[in-house]
Design a protein around this ligand. Structure first.
Ligand code: ZN
Length: 371
């Protein structure tokens, strides 16, 4: 069959791998021609792996390569690129950037950088979000700002659903419910999917009613809202690594905002059960670390282990949530005819233990061997 090389200058070889392509259980052959997968045998292919277990790479569905460690935006494209390569070294071959204060759209075409699904900047309420990250707007400007940030991304837009309201002394919605619903409609009108940072109980109910595509964190989810998410297909990216930091947030807020502090502790304590309930209800749950700012990059396998060990998500579901399922959700076809030429080979079966994901023997991104 005729498969065109995307960039014959870069890697003229045709690659061949053989192994158990998960989630199926049989040994199969795949050929990589340029940036495409084919199941049709290719002459003169170089075999780079024979044996082992093959995944289309891991996905970090919530991270920030435009935010530097400790907070604030990165200062250069090189800095954003470096962070993406840290994720790649952990096996991440596709990522969703859930809000970037630094524009780096040229990295979409960088052969060394994982596939990127990007939001623009966070759309946040005024003086009620991490300083310097979001576009901070009052209610009348929310919809128009969502529209412009949808255009700044490549398919996603990110809003802040709730944050501490210092006047109230607790988490509160970012804006009134009608404005939040209008934000969802504005994103959809712009052809983007929209997700929201949500810790509390109220914001998730409003946004799920409004038809939001995904929720980040979701500590405040009730069984009723979870049932609605499952019915609508609304995704959840729990970022269990992030929720582990709530007790630290609570401790530093204790003196001034004791109500907020105790609320954050309650949310943290109840969270593994929330994720378990979402999994049980059939909510599409995906793996995201929330790297950037306070959390280091490259923790994707740790997040997968937490979903399994703390929230009881079955291993095969965790693998889907952090690999083929997440890729399909983000629009990056996997190891099928005509799919994208990204794959990782593991000597040990990750269905037996997720720890196998820490020891790949071969990594191919965009048709080129990176390990
Ligand atoms: Zn985040």
């Amino acid at each position: 069959m005729d498969v065109a090389l995307d960039d014959p200058e870069r890697d003229p070889r045709v690659l061949h791998v053989r192994g158990v392509v998960l989630p199926d259980d049989e040994t199969r052959d795949l050929w990589l021609v340029g940036d495409r997968v084919t199941l049709t045998p290719q002459p003169d292919a170089t075999t780079i792996a024979d044996g082992g277990f093959i995944l289309p790479g891991l996905v970090d569905a919530h991270c920030h390569i435009g935010i530097k460690h400790g907070g604030g935006h990165v200062e250069s494209l090189d800095e954003a690129r470096e962070l993406a390569l840290v994720d790649r070294s952990a096996g991440v071959l596709a990522l969703r950037d859930a809000g970037s204060p630094y524009p780096y759209e040229v990295l979409d075409d960088d052969p060394d950088v994982p596939r990127l699904a990007r939001a623009g900047r966070h759309v946040a309420p005024v003086r009620r979000y991490l300083r310097g990250l979001g576009v901070e707007v009052e209610a009348p400007d929310v919809a128009a700002t969502i529209t412009s940030q949808a255009k700044a991304g490549n398919g996603w837009v990110k809003m802040v659903g709730d944050w501490i309201d210092r006047g109230v002394g607790d988490l509160a919605n970012a804006w009134d419910p009608a404005t939040m619903a209008d934000a969802v409609a504005a994103a959809h009108a712009a052809g983007a999917r929209i997700t929201a940072h949500c810790f509390a109980e109220e914001s998730v109910a409003v946004l799920v009613d409004a038809g939001i595509d995904c929720l980040e964190h979701g500590t405040g989810l009730s069984l009723d809202v979870i049932a609605k998410m499952a019915a609508q297909g609304t995704a959840l990216v729990p970022t269990m690594i992030n929720i582990e930091t709530f007790d630290g947030i609570a401790a530093s807020a204790e003196d001034k905002f004791p109500g907020y502090a105790s609320h954050m502790r309650r949310l943290q304590a109840g969270f593994p059960a929330v994720v378990a309930a979402a999994v049980d209800a059939g909510v599409p749950v995906y793996v995201g670390t929330d790297a950037g700012g306070g959390i280091v990059h490259g923790m994707v396998v740790t997040e997968m282990e937490m979903l399994h060990q703390r929230a009881g998500m079955p291993i095969l579901d965790v693998l889907a949530a952090g690999s083929w399922g997440a890729r399909s959700w983000l629009g990056f076809p996997g190891l099928v005819e005509g799919g994208l030429a990204d794959l990782i080979v593991y000597p040990e079966d990750p269905r037996r233990s997720l720890a196998a994901l820490r020891n790949p023997s071969r990594v191919v991104l965009k048709g080129a061997v990176v390990r």
